[in-house]
Design a protein. Structure first.
Length: 243
């Protein structure tokens, strides 16, 4: 957006993430297997009224992701989302793209971590929805502890700004996740963090339950780094289906 319009719009709506394979909020090093289609249906619900006493409506997104490389050591996925956020300009341009390429853990050597590079929130309206986030991540699973992921991202400084209008288009990506096998193989917990005082900056925690091999539901809580930009915190419900 133009600077003034950006600040006005951000006071009214946080932008959800156009999702590649993710943790709760940030991308993960996971990649969809070749020709396996994945459908995500995500909803974000505000937990508080804004300063003017108005409770914003839910934000919602839906979209597919599919694995596009047949090799095991080098994998890739691509997809798109339709996102609706209660903002006329944004909702008239709801299409966002994402893609990722990487290697799974132990694919290069017994000790090697997973690696991924990718992009997401590739919007179709210049200055409004083209956050154009790119990132690099690595992850390693440790006995008992679980998986630790870390990386860095950057994006379009014309759109990703803080509440003072300053460019805030990069930051750390960090997460922990673990399947709680002591309780059930179907139960998974995670905490993730995306740095930056823009729309993208958030700390998130949640858990998911796998109802089958192909279907799971995630429940999470999103704490935004700059609520003057992103709005009040949200509860997220994310349905993930492999087709």
């Amino acid at each position: 957006m133009k600077t003034i319009l950006t600040l006005l719009a951000l006071a009214w709506a946080v932008r959800a993430q156009a999702t590649p394979s993710t943790q709760i909020w940030i991308p993960s090093t996971d990649i969809q297997p070749y020709k396996v289609w994945h459908l995500n249906i995500d909803t974000y619900l505000r937990t508080q009224d804004e300063t003017n006493g108005v409770r914003k409506g839910p934000m919602a997104m839906v979209g597919p992701t599919v694995g596009i490389l047949p090799t095991q050591k080098i994998q890739a996925e691509a997809g798109f989302d339709l996102m609706y956020q209660g903002d006329k300009v944004l909702d008239n341009n709801p299409l966002y793209f994402h893609g990722k390429v990487g290697t799974p853990e132990k694919s290069l050597a017994e000790w090697s971590p997973a690696f991924a590079i990718g992009c997401y929130n590739i919007g179709t309206k210049n200055g409004d929805t083209n956050q154009d986030l790119t990132y690099g991540l690595m992850a390693r699973t440790f006995p008992v502890v679980g998986r630790i992921s870390a990386g860095y991202y950057g994006g379009n400084g014309a759109v990703l700004r803080d509440s003072q209008g300053r460019v805030a288009n990069n930051g750390l990506l960090v997460s922990w996740d673990r399947t709680m096998k002591e309780i059930s193989d179907k139960l998974w917990f995670a905490v993730d963090y995306q740095g930056g005082e823009s729309l993208a900056g958030s700390t998130n925690l949640g858990f998911s339950w796998a109802f089958s091999e192909k279907t799971s539901v995630l429940f999470g809580y999103d704490i935004y780094s700059d609520r003057a930009v992103a709005g009040k915190n949200t509860v997220t419900i994310q349905v993930d289906i492999n087709l």
